[in-house]
Design a protein around this ligand. Structure first.
Ligand code: ATP
Length: 364
């Protein structure tokens, strides 16, 4: 069991600031996902927590103890990498037991058997890594971390080498494992579906900085910036330029192909970006409106996605198949005002309307 406090961590590599003053308080038993695009500093942040990369500034505390300069093996943390890094000449049992043997523990056999049963590897204990599938190898790598009974697991893209089916299965296994062990997990990924499905909280990183930390629902329903809004959700949220206008105490966002009533309000005139998620758009008359032309309709099996040109921008509309739309159709779209997001046109931060709409969690 471990609480990990990250306090103003910074890491520079020459001119590059890979991690720029990030602070995060990760509670005991959390499954925190560090999410962001390639190069945003996720791995560097995780490696600083693990003790593999020394920070340029800031501190890491483990259960209140400052471990910023402690050696990795003094940290009671186990790291699992994207590359499985198994010993090719050792059996599965010996790979899993390795960390215990180096610590000269006597209960190696019993612990290996226990971990193998948790991960469903009992039948494979005598095999060597080359005789295993990618998913099985990843489970062995996890087993080698598990066997140490660390206070926390640090996972760096552990699923990215797996094919789509295995990835989904291993995702579910990891979630199950987290529930069983109740240990702290910090998991790095650029895959928003992994983040949404596994995390208790998501920390979204961009250019070495923290954009937002919140539950998957908070990050999806009330993204703090256009970056978060665009990164989480597929197809991506539509973001169109408009200007806020207030007439007789009623606020609207007005732009090219956009005329969206936002309810009572008297904000001064300002430029905004109006965001709406594809599943919240409907065809037809109604409160919020966009006017556009269908450019493409994609069949996803159970659902269809229509991509529309609206003014100089694009919107996607997702719904059950068939949507009843065809290329070149001119359509008017609506959404609940509660589902419309407003962001500053300069800087892209979320503009909070009071009261902020309250919503039920949205599944993706
Ligand atoms: P990815 O998903 O591609 O692994 P990431 O979000 O984990 O990316 P990092 O690996 O943390 O990103 O890298 C952050 C930035 O720091 C990048 O610009 C990277 O090029 C740079 N960087 C990372 N490690 C080093 C290093 N050892 N020397 C120089 N620059 C580095």
């Amino acid at each position: 069991m471990s609480r990990i406090q990250i306090d103003g961590l910074t890491r520079r590599f020459g001119d590059v600031t890979a991690v720029d003053g990030i602070s995060l308080d990760i509670a005991d038993g959390e499954f925190l996902v560090l999410l962001g695009p390639s190069g945003c500093g996720k791995s560097t942040l995780l490696r600083m927590v693990a003790g593999l990369t020394p920070p340029t500034g800031g501190r890491v505390l483990l259960d209140g103890r400052d471990i910023t300069t402690a050696a990795p093996r003094e940290r009671d943390l186990a790291m699992v990498f994207q590359s499985y890094a198994l010993y090719p000449h050792l059996t599965v049992a010996k790979n899993i037991g390795f960390p215990l043997r180096t610590r000269r523990r006597r209960d190696v056999g019993a612990r290996v058997a226990e971990v193998a049963s948790v991960l469903g590897l009992e039948e494979l204990l005598d095999r060597r890594p080359r005789e295993l599938s990618g998913g099985q190898r990843q489970r062995v790598a996890l087993g080698r971390a598990l066997v140490r009974e660390p206070g926390a697991f640090l996972l760096d893209e552990p699923l990215s080498n797996l094919d789509a089916t295995l990835r989904t299965a291993t995702r579910a296994e990891l979630t199950h494992l987290h529930r069983r062990l109740r240990s702290t997990f910090v998991h790095v990924t650029h895959d928003q579906v992994e983040a949404m499905t596994m995390a208790t909280r998501i920390a979204v990183l961009n250019g070495g900085r923290l954009e937002q930390v919140g539950t998957p629902e908070e990050v999806y329903d009330t993204p703090a910036s256009t970056f978060v809004a665009g990164f989480v959700g597929s197809p991506a949220i539509g973001l169109l330029p408009a200007r806020l206008q207030s007439t007789d105490g009623l606020l609207r966002a007005v732009g090219d192909g956009v005329d969206v009533p936002l309810g009572p309000g008297d904000d001064e005139d300002r430029d905004v970006l109006v965001g709406v998620r594809p599943e919240h758009l409907r065809v037809g008359e109604g409160a919020a409106t966009w006017r556009g032309t269908v450019r493409l309709v994609e069949n996803l099996g159970g659902e269809e996605v229509a991509h529309l040109d609206v003014g100089s921008g694009r919107l996607a509309l997702r719904g059950p198949r068939p949507l009843g739309l065809a290329v070149d159709d001119h359509v008017r779209l609506t959404a609940d005002p509660d589902r419309v997001h407003l962001f500053s046109a300069t800087g892209g931060r979320r503009l909070v309307r009071t009261p902020e709409p309250t919503r039920a969690p949205v599944a993706v």
